[in-house]
Design a protein around this ligand. Sequence first.
Ligand code: XUL
Length: 541
Amino acid sequence: MSRSEDNRQLATPLYLGLDYSTQQLKAVLVDDNLHEIYSTSVNFEKDLPEFGTTGGCHKNGDEVTAPTLMWVKATDLLLDQMKADRIDFSKIASISGSGQQHGSIYWKNGSREILANKLNPGLTLYDQLQDSFVINNSPIWMDSSTITECRQLEDALGGPQAVADLTGSRAYERFTGNQICKIFKTAQDDYEKCERISLVSSFGASLFLGDYASIDYSDGSGMNLMDIKARTWAQQALDCCAIGLREKLGDLVPSFQPLLFLLITKGYVSSYYVKRFGFQPKCQIIAFTGDNPASLAGLRLQGGDVSVSLGTSDTVFVWLEEPRPAIEGHVFANPVNPTDYMALLCFKNGSFAREKVRDSCCKGSWETFNESLRSTARGNNGNIGIYFYDTEITPHAIGVHRFNAAGEKVESFDSSVEVRALIEGQFMGKRVHAENLGYNIGPSSRVLATGGAAANKEILQVLSDVFNAPVYTLKTENSASLGAAYQAKHGLLHASMSFKDVVKNAAPYSFAVAPNEDADKVYTSLTHSYKQLEEQVANSQ
Ligand code: XUL
């Protein structure tokens, strides 16, 4: 291809973002202004029924896996769909992606050679990678079968806080190091026949690169194996898990790093895709990352921001500069700024608790619920409630606990006090745990609200007041794949441009609400009281 043709092609570059999530593989194409112009997806259960999954996985007690080849076949199908939709693959300048975090893929000895040199463009990936994996069913994030391995790691490294200080999180059953440790102990032959272990994200990148793709810092933070500050493998943690693990994991790279092929030349898309689909030979593969870090990129969070996803469970992402890993929540390397961090906090009691209180106090009416929020004073006259109907993750505790302004336990609240206590309690809990991990609300902090309850302005007003920061909303069905597409462009430009500048033309946020003037005064001390009461509840269980 001559230079002028090259330039003409790139006059309208497109960027491809992929997301290998639990239930589907999704593709999003954005133009040079990062506006989404196309998306498509393959649903594992519906479109690939031959694998017999429910929601993309197989559950067997506390073991939860997904067929590795299902993800390979989904990749074939996705690209076929894009071809049928007449996507001009030659316009794609770069590709990045994301994957459900923590899942692991075990490549058989010799597979690198197949990926790099033996793929026949006349055949599907599925046909050619049949014999490339030593473990056919990849453990995924819903697996909780490694409690023994977790205790072993915490005992060896000096306890849960020591593991958190080193790796960003205490030992978790779904975290990849503990999963690998279990495979090392129970299937040592398979472990020995494995030449590379990928995460779901780096596995996706490997398929497109035609070589083993490096694990990125952010998704690498979800393994209990990476030194979160140094961003290198933590040898003590590796030693605890399995023999010879360092070689099987490869090198770590920043999350927006253009990848290398065979560790030497630029990591362009494998010639398999050039010949089969018409990708341009210089389409660059950028490291893939975890779905949560990719979503942080998709939401375009900046220093000081926090995003709160209000769904069945609530999830909080926090941008951190100086992390303080704790035994609740996770600290990951930040995917868009190489020196910063992000925290991920999951709260089990989200919409379910809100709906339960709406039903018990407001006869099922959101209108009455909102009226209760409007008619009660900020700070609820000192009344505080903790509503953990299900065993909460952050903190690990259960039950409904109500306290009056003197901090004394009470049996019940009036309906409208109950409604405010629930919403204030949910948001003060988020603030407490974000602050525990090193978050500081600053003058330019913003809260980005997403998920179903983000449509409710009265709820957002309490969120804004508790965090003393303006709240914005953004439509985000695709935040992980969109974030991956942003990272595809960022990866090409990172040497000369910050992520913030790369995404400056992306769709603007909608402003929702601003904090009331007395918010700081009311909630700084109330949140302090909430923190003490929540600790008291958690410690007593
Ligand atoms: C994060 C986690 C999940 C998966 C889901 O720690 O386990 O959010 O990433 O895709």
